[in-house]
Structure formats: C-alpha cells, structure tokens
Write a protein that binds this ligand. Structure first.
Ligand SMILES: [Zn+2]
Ligand SMILES: [Zn+2]
Length: 342
C-alpha cells in the first residue's frame, strides 16, 4: 500500500520546507503515524548551517530523530493498531563486529534518523507516516503525557553518558553546560542517587532549569570554582556538555585524581590540552555517543515518572510551521525543547 505523507525537509542552510512524499508499506516492519517530535541541536545545526560538523546536507533530507507515534499496522502481533510507541531512531545492522558485541551505537552500517553522515542521507521522523523496523518501536501506555515521552531519545543519550562514567550512585558530580542534555544529565544523576550535583553555565536561565531538575548548586561559568579545585579537585565524575574547549580544561581541574570525565558536548579541539594533569591525576576521559539499550530504559523512566522533563518543554508548533519552530528553538534566551505536532 502507498500512503501520502507530509514531511519537514531540510534542503540546505536556512532552507526547510514541508513537502509531500509517499510511503510504501509492504507489510514488513511497522507503519507508524507520527504524533510529535522534539527539535534537537543537530536539527538546528542542519537548518542554521546546512551541516553538522563535517556532515553537510548534499540532498534534501527529512529532519528529526526524537519522535513518538501510534501503530497503524505491524508485522508483530504485539503491536496492535493504535498502540502508542516511542521510536528508537537508531537502526543498527545487527551483523557487524560492534553489533555482535552489544555495542550497536558504534555499528559500521548505522542508519540513524535525520543524519547526513551517510550518502544517501538517512531520512528522519518529522513526517506524518513512516515505516520502521518493529524492534525500533517501544510501546507505552496511552494515558501517558505525549510531551513527556518525546524526551526518550535525549534521555537515552544521557543515560548512556552515565553508564560511560561507570554510574554516579553516591558520587559527587559536576555538569558543565546545562542546555537540555546537561539538564537531563542532572535529572538522571539525581534519580541515580548522586550525592551532589554541581552545575555551571553562562546562562542564568539554564541554571534555573538545572536547579528545578535537581542540581545541588549552580554557578555562572566565570566562577573560578576555587573551593572545588582543592586537594586535586573534588568531583568523582564530570560531564562536559557545553562543547566549549575551556570547559573541558575546567573539568580536568575540578575532577579528583582517579576520577572520570565524560565528554558529551561536541566541541572543537582544546588548543593547549593539559595532558600532564591528566597523566599525573590518572584521569579517565571518555567520549559518549548516542546509546544502545538505554533507549528502552529511558522510556521506562519517563513512563514511571522517575524523571520529569517537562520544565524543559518550551512550546509546540504544527509541523506546517517548522520554519517558525526552528527559529524559536534556536533562540537560546527563551527556548529549551520545542516540539512539532503532526
Ligand atoms: Zn536529539
Ligand atoms: Zn552493525
């Protein structure tokens, strides 16, 4: 069967459009009617700059990787029509060395929604109808707040970051940069039993949100953090989520010897990397990229109310107003997470 769908397509820098496309459903996989989706930093980058890092838009691509929907039809009896699902935007091959080692976020043939990393680009979820693998659908109860469940993907990113640190239970935690991801790390660390969560950011508005989500203390980014540098630093784990090179250096200063720094923000290289400090303090610096099984955990945590992300919800637009929605989402003085309704 062939269905008509309206999709939010980016064609290059500052060029986004709602276009009519068709979807073919053969009965294999699951046909989803998309309910809503969250606008993420990468969607904004494709819109504002026509690229994310090295990956430029070379052909029209449907945006969006944070989406939920209802099942229209599925090849699995477990997914009945009308069932609400969060959609895992990561489609790994299941066959490469990383997939076989349960490290599917490093899949050599990853197809991730709304990503220009590969040619042809992988279309995203900002569309009315989409066919996905049945395994990408994580069911949730119809009574739950849809605005909350849209946070499954960014929360999964944060849960993976916590796992990369080896967990944060009873640990002193520093979060550098509290945009939506930094704030969700705060909430996840609090729910995981961190003993202290200190945050820094250049924005007082961002810090107020971090406070609401569970921070123990908030500091403006120009604070010297003198008391946190004593005795080789005080934090067991630091999450650098601002992407600013100077913030990475600060994390190295305030993390205790033998501690761990998780680099979450995608920043540039650090001009004068303090390698000697890393060696002498025996720091572990680890990257974190997307997620694996954490997506299902994120759906569970949101469904159970273990985390309430709604303070980060800044408003919603019809998909027909995707241009306005992206402009508002890009206004960091007023917007955190903006959602599109389909
Ligand atoms: Zn995202
Ligand atoms: Zn693979």
């Amino acid at each position: 069967m062939t269905i008509t769908t309206h999709s939010c397509v980016v064609k290059g820098k500052q060029a986004v459009d709602v276009v009519t496309q068709t979807v073919d459903y053969s009965g294999k996989g699951t046909l989803i009617k998309v309910l809503r989706g969250g606008i993420c930093g990468s969607d904004l980058h494709y819109y504002q700059h026509g690229r994310v890092g090295n990956y430029a838009i070379k052909m029209p691509m449907v945006l969006g990787h944070e989406v939920i929907g209802t099942v229209e039809q599925s090849d699995s009896p477990k997914l009945q029509p009308g069932q609400k699902v969060a959609i895992n935007p990561a489609k790994a091959c299941g066959e490469c060395q990383y997939c076989l080692a349960d490290e599917s976020n490093q899949c050599l043939a990853m197809q991730f929604f709304g990503s220009a990393m590969r040619q042809p680009h992988v279309d995203g979820g900002f569309t009315q109808y989409k066919v996905v693998e049945t395994s990408q659908c994580i069911p949730f109860a119809a009574s739950l707040d849809e605005r909350v469940m849209v946070f499954a993907e960014p929360l999964a990113v944060c849960l993976h970051a916590l796992n990369q640190a080896g967990g944060v239970t009873n640990k002193r935690v520093f979060v550098s940069g509290v945009g939506p991801i930094g704030c969700l790390i705060v909430a996840a660390a609090k729910a995981s039993g961190a003993s202290e969560i200190v945050c820094s950011d250049i924005s007082a508005r961002a810090l107020a949100l971090a406070d609401t989500l569970g921070a123990s203390a908030t500091l403006l980014a120009d604070d010297e953090m003198v008391s946190y540098r004593t005795d080789k630093g005080v934090f067991d784990v630091s999450f650098e989520a601002s992407g600013h090179p100077s913030a990475s250096t600060r994390c190295i200063d305030v993390t205790r010897a033998k501690g761990c720094i998780v680099q979450v923000g995608m920043g540039g290289d650090i001009p004068q990397f303090p390698m000697m400090t890393v060696i002498a303090k025996e720091l572990r610096i680890v990257g974190t990229f997307r997620f694996t099984h954490e997506f299902t955990t994120a759906v569970e945590w949101l469904a159970s109310g273990k985390i309430n992300p709604l303070p980060l919800f800044s408003g919603e637009y019809s998909y027909r107003e995707v241009d306005e929605a992206l402009q508002f989402a890009g206004d960091k003085h007023h917007a955190s997470k903006v959602q599109l309704v389909f």
